[in-house]
Design a protein around this ligand. Structure first.
Ligand SMILES: *Cc1c(COP(=O)(O)O)cnc(C)c1O
Length: 397
């Protein structure tokens, strides 16, 4: 059994705070500051540019890729780190479309995170080949996958509601019609067990600063199935994805396999933080993680529904149909969240009316859930949200 008290002890959690926003930004692993300081002092400070070879910086994106691969059911050598998720979405979609040159339809869903849809729109404009992006409601995606579809690109866990797509079923449907499947695992990696190999996905992307705790701006990851490794074409043909970057060849030749999805110089300081964060996952069994996540979120739903009839569950009621977050809706959602944050319960708000709470078993305890429910009850019973200062929206919600 995974020892969740032991994993919790490895995070820096500020006194008096109940942190239910690890689905947006994971907290600081206690070992990360020293790891980063060591990288800076012993590697950057002493080795200067020789660190690219001597400290293994150049190999870090693939090495970290193998560590992340274990958490998403991918084989070694199929995942690489770098850039941000928006960039990785663009790369995966461009590569997938190039593998289906005779088709023009991209299926996503109306619940997808805006940047994924914006990147698709931007790519369509750049290609200028009349591709079409269709975004049915999440429950209608399966039926929208018809035999003119080139690529299905979905985020497995809906960022607003936590609704979970069935990866195996939808991937099978995509393949039945000859389409390729891209999964965005932004709210899945580190949140629940994922089996990329088993579900036969073509591409996957995700970020490391949410459930994987690499810190703000931590690098994203991209996965490609081994069958595409040698024929996928990188749209962002950066020098570090070249087969021989230091040949400084005027002509581009893609690197081996997933290495070609690298673009430019990797963020080595941030990789050090990620490396420290991934150590915490070494003893974690993903089935235990899922069981704990369900236990925490079910307790939260039961507590809030019993205490706060004005809050409406906006997530699927069946825990197996949810990721690791729970959302409630209320017209005054923004002010309610501000009042909760003022009391030390940090979740977040997503327009137009969603209060979002992430349950991250590595450091969220059953006691946190009990305490959080009591705070939500106090805020609702006493209308503590009904103050002008809680209604003025900050830039980041
Ligand atoms: C968090 C998130 C992103 C963020 O993209 P960045 O480029 O890292 O800012 C993108 N897509 C989804 C689905 C997300 O949940």
């Amino acid at each position: 059994m995974t020892d969740f008290n032991a994993t919790r002890a490895q995070f820096q959690l500020p006194e008096g705070i109940i942190y239910l926003d690890g689905n947006s930004l994971g907290p600081l692993p206690k070992s990360a500051p020293d790891r980063v300081a060591k990288m800076m002092t012993d590697e950057w400070g002493k080795m200067l540019i020789t660190g690219w070879n001597r400290a293994g910086w150049m190999a870090a994106p693939a090495k970290m890729g193998d560590r992340v691969a274990r958490l998403i059911g991918a084989a070694e050598g199929t995942v690489v780190l770098g850039d941000t998720l928006s960039i990785k979405v663009y790369q995966a979609l461009a590569a997938a479309l190039a593998l289906r040159p005779d088709r023009r339809v991209i299926v996503s869903d109306s619940g997808n995170f805006p940047t994924d849809l914006y990147m698709a729109g931007g790519l369509i404009d750049t290609l200028g080949q009349d591709h079409r992006l269709v975004t049915p409601a999440p429950q209608d995606v399966h039926d929208a996958i018809t035999d003119d579809v080139a690529v299905v690109m979905l985020t497995q866990v809906d960022y607003r509601t936590g609704r979970l797509h069935d990866m195996a079923t939808i991937t099978r449907r995509a393949h039945e019609v000859g389409a390729l499947m891209i999964w965005d695992l932004a709210h899945s990696a580190g949140a629940l067990p994922i089996d990329l190999t088993g579900c036969d996905a073509d591409f996957a992307v995700g970020c490391t600063y949410k459930y994987l705790n690499s810190g703000p701006g931590g690098p994203a990851f991209i996965y490609a199935a081994p069958r595409h490794a040698d024929d996928m074409k990188p749209a962002l043909a950066g020098w570090l994805g070249h087969a021989a970057p230091f040949a400084f060849d005027p002509d581009y030749r893609p690197g081996v396999g997933i290495e070609r999805m690298r673009v430019g110089t990797p963020p080595i300081i941030q990789m050090a933080a990620l490396d420290a964060a991934l150590d915490i996952w070494e003893g974690v069994d993903m089935q235990d993680l899922r069981a704990r996540s369900i236990e925490l979120s079910e307790a939260f739903i039961a507590g809030v529904e019993a205490a706060c009839p004005d809050l409406t569950l906006a997530s699927p009621r069946d825990p197996h149909g949810r990721g690791s977050q729970v959302s409630f809706s209320h017209p005054e959602g923004y002010a309610i969240m501000q009042a909760l944050i003022a009391r030390g319960v940090i979740g977040d708000f997503r327009a137009p009316d969603i209060l979002r709470f992430g349950f991250t078993p590595l450091y969220t305890s059953p006691q946190d859930v009990t305490d959080a429910v009591a705070h939500v009850k106090a805020v609702m019973d006493d209308r503590l949200w009904d103050r002008p200062e809680y209604k003025t929206r900050a830039a980041v919600t």
